[in-house]
Structure formats: structure tokens, C-alpha cells
Design a protein around this ligand. Structure first.
Ligand SMILES: Nc1ncnc2c1ncn2[C@@H]1O[C@H](COP(=O)(O)OP(=O)(O)OP(=O)(O)O)[C@@H](O)[C@H]1O
Ligand SMILES: [Mg+2]
Length: 392
């Protein structure tokens, strides 16, 4: 049996993530794949998109397709309940008001992570060929996908030490104060959570089954945010296999929109500079909302033509950052470019690369924004940019 294919759609608020995810899932189901589409966005709108009430249980939509709007409270209780109970106990002990302690014991991003964990469960169930995920609006939260590494760090370094200390001091402290000491149940819950996070990370970083797709519109700020997300996805080893530019003014439309079209064409070039050679799929601005199965099928047709949306559309990473001898090296794929003079321009966290007539444009990870560029050279079809070593 083939392993399930997992595709996550993310992008800035309102760009069309839910519509694109729903349209994709529908096409996969129409092609005979057992498909589930789920939304990790607490402000669920998948149901609105299909014009059907969806709930926390997988609900049939059409043949081969079910939809699920994850119950965030249930997921939080399941993965975070014990730890949260203990954390809010500690906060309350420090005099923090109960209600606030309860709120503060939820780590930022934990809610989205808890709902992403559902993917692992669905993957393991064997019930689906294709899992389509409509993510919460901010791509920034995807950075939290790197959490397992951090969490493991804590587990191995802090928890065992604390555990010993807690075991020793526990009875004594407990007899003197009512400080909540983490008990075995809390430690077990942390361990279990980390195992689950590891499984999720492993699954989503496996480019032979999982892909990220960035949804955007031809607008400057939207593109910049998508590039930033893309940089972090690359940094953490998640593969992006397509970008989607939604709501393009169709050609041949009203003269009234000609100005808009021109602006959008300009920004399409920016999308190419930021994402080539990743495939860029486009969707026109329809004359009506994308709601209901018929409109979603129209959107799927515009997106994929007769192709299978679940196909892996691009393999590899267009840029990676690695650390060698204490220095950061940016490794950028620039196929089809002849060796000509390379010109680098920096503006804030943006790096613009001119080579002959070509222009590439990327957002640097935060650690690199303050470092000077030492050298830029070609190796094969890749451009290697070495940054000055910090403090060396
Ligand atoms: N190509 C399109 N043509 C016309 N309307 C569209 C198009 N794409 C999306 N829409 C409409 O735009 C609205 C927002 O789309 P959607 O809900 O898919 O965005 P989103 O990125 O999921 O938003 P949010 O960040 O709020 O979750 C919806 O009413 C949808 O029907
Ligand atoms: Mg949405």
C-alpha cells in the first residue's frame, strides 16, 4: 500500500487558502483518491467553503471525500492537558489569578501544534490516500514545526535534572509549601507530547510524502510574507513543491481592470524572482465567490488542468542555509544561469541577487540579517554565498 500523501496549504490571511485546499481535496477525491480535508484554523471556514456543516468528526462531502474541522479544545486536552494543569498550578501558586493562569499556561502556538498532531493520527489510520490541510492564516506559526528539536533539548537537559531534584525535594517541599511539583503523570505527558511532535516533524519533513504549498495574491506584502514563510520552511527542512497565486485579473476583462492587471503582472515577476524554479499555479479572480462544489471544481480546473494535484510537483530546495566552520553559507539553486557578474544587494532582511538579466530575491533568516557577505561564487548550478563569521 502506498503511504498517504500530505499537502499543507498556508499563506497570509484571506488569500484563499481554504478555497484552494477545498478545491484540491475535491479534485483528489474525483480522481478516486480516498481524501480527507481538514482545517487547523480555529476560525473554521471549510464548511462555509463547501456550503455544508462540518464538525470535529470526519463528515462525508462527496464520494471519496470527507471533511473535518478539528476541535481545538479536545486536541489541547489530549496532548497538553496534564502539563497545562501543572503549569497553571505553578502560576496560581505564584499568585496569578486562576483564569489568567489557565490562559498563560498555553504556550504560544501550542493550539495550532495540537491540531497539526491530528495529521499523524490520520496518517497512521490507513483510511486515506491523500490528506489535505488548510492551515491557520499565519505562516509564521509553521516555524513552530521546529519545536520538536527544542522540546527534545528541554527533555534531555532540563527535565531529568529537574526530575531528580523534584524527586528529592518533592516530599520536603510538599510538606513545607503547596508548590505544585510535577509528578510522574506530568513527565509522562511531556514525554508523550515530544514523541508525538517528533512523529509529526518526521512525517512533515519527509518530502517523499509531505509538501507545503504557499498561497498568495499578486500583492507586494502578501508575496513578502510568503517568501519569509518559505525561507523558514527551507530552514527547517520542509519541502515546498508549488506556490499558488490566487485572484489574478483575467485578460480580456473590462478596461476598468487594466491597471490592476498591469500591477499584478509586475508582482507576478516578483513571485518568479522569489520562487523559481518552483511551479507557480494561478487562479483567476472569478466573477463570484468560490463556494460550493461546482465553484470549487472550477477552481481546481484552473489550478491543475487535467493533472493530479497530489503529484509531487517539485523536488529539492531552492535555497538552504548551512553552518560550516562557524560561518553561515547560503546555498541557492540557480539553474540555467550562465556565469556572469554577480551583484548582491541587501535591504533589511532581503537579499537581491542580480546575475546578468536575471534577478533573484529572497528573505534571509534572522540570524543572517546583520552579517556581511564575504564571498559569492558558483559551484555547479548553485550560487554559494558565504557570510562573515560572527565575532571571528
Ligand atoms: N479566485 C477567487 N475568485 C473569487 N473569489 C475568491 C477566489 N478565491 C477566494 N475567493 C473568495 O475569497 C474569500 C476568502 O477566501 P478563503 O476563505 O479561501 O481565504 P483564506 O486564505 O482561507 O482566508 P482566512 O485567512 O480568513 O482563512 C472567500 O469568500 C472565497 O470564496
Ligand atoms: Mg481560511
Amino acid at each position: 500500500m502506498n503511504r498517504p500523501r500530505i499537502i499543507l496549504y498556508t499563506g497570509k490571511g484571506g488569500v484563499g487558502k481554504t478555497s484552494v485546499a477545498a478545491a484540491t481535496a475535491l479534485r483528489c477525491a474525483d480522481l478516486g483518491q480516498r481524501t480527507i480535508v481538514l482545517s487547523t484554523d480555529p476560525a473554521h471556514s471549510l464548511g462555509d467553503s463547501f456550503d455544508l456543516p462540518l464538525g470535529p468528526e470526519p463528515t462525508p462531502i462527496v464520494e471519496n471525500l470527507v471533511g473535518q474541522e478539528i476541535d481545538i479544545y479536545h486536541q489541547m486536552e489530549r496532548y497538553w492537558g496534564k502539563v497545562q494543569e501543572w503549569l497553571s498550578g505553578v502560576l496560581a501558586w505564584r499568585g496569578v489569578d486562576d483564569l489568567i493562569a489557565e490562559e498563560a499556561s498555553i504556550l504560544p502556538g501550542m493550539e495550532e501544534i495540537a491540531s497539526l498532531l491530528q495529521i499523524v493520527h490520520l496518517h497512521q489510520s490507513g483510511d486515506y490516500d491523500t490528506i489535505i490541510v488548510d492551515c491557520a492564516p499565519t505562516g509564521e506559526t509553521l516555524r513552530l514545526l521546529s519545536l520538536p528539536e527544542m522540546a527534545r533539548w528541554y527533555l534531555t537537559r532540563i527535565f531529568p535534572v529537574e526530575r531528580k531534584a523534584a524527586a528529592l525535594a518533592g516530599p520536603l517541599l510538599r510538606s513545607m509549601t503547596d508548590l505544585p511539583i510535577p509528578d510522574d503523570e506530568v513527565f509522562e505527558a511531556v514525554k508523550d507530547l515530544i514523541l508525538q511532535l517528533d512523529a509529526m516533524h518526521y512525517l512533515l519533513a519527509d518530502s517523499s510524502c509531505s509538501s507545503m504549498r504557499l498561497v498568495m495574491n499578486a500583492e507586494k506584502m502578501v508575496i513578502k510574507e510568503a517568501q519569509r514563510t518559505y525561507t523558514y520552511l527551507n530552514l527547517y527542512g520542509f519541502a515546498t513543491d508549488a506556490v499558488i497565486c490566487n485572484r489574478l485579473m483575467p485578460t480580456g476583462a473590462d478596461a476598468y481592470f487594466a491597471g490592476w492587471r498591469e500591477t499584478q503582472e509586475k508582482y507576478m515577476r516578483l513571485i518568479h524572482q522569489g520562487f523559481d524554479p518552483i511551479p507557480i499555479l494561478t487562479v483567476p479572480f472569478f466573477e463570484q465567490e468560490v463556494v460550493g462544489v461546482a465553484m470549487l471544481r472550477r477552481m481546481a480546473q484552473a489550478l491543475y488542468g487535467d493533472e493530479d494535484p497530489a503529484r509531487i510537483m517539485f523536488k529539492g530546495h531552492t535555497h538552504t542555509v548551512e553552518k560550516a566552520n562557524g560561518c553561515y553559507r547560503l546555498n541557492l539553486s540557480l539553474p540555467f544561469v550562465t556565469r556572469e557578474e554577480i551583484q548582491l544587494t541587501r535591504s533589511g532582511d532581503e537579499l537581491i541577487i542580480h546575475i546578468g538579466n536575471h534577478k533573484r530575491n529572497l528573505i534571509l533568516p534572522r540570524a543572517l540579517t546583520t552579517l556581511d557577505v564575504d564571498e559569492a561564487r558558483y559551484e555547479g548550478d548553485r550560487l554559494i554565498v558565504t557570510f562573515a563569521c560572527n565575532g571571528r
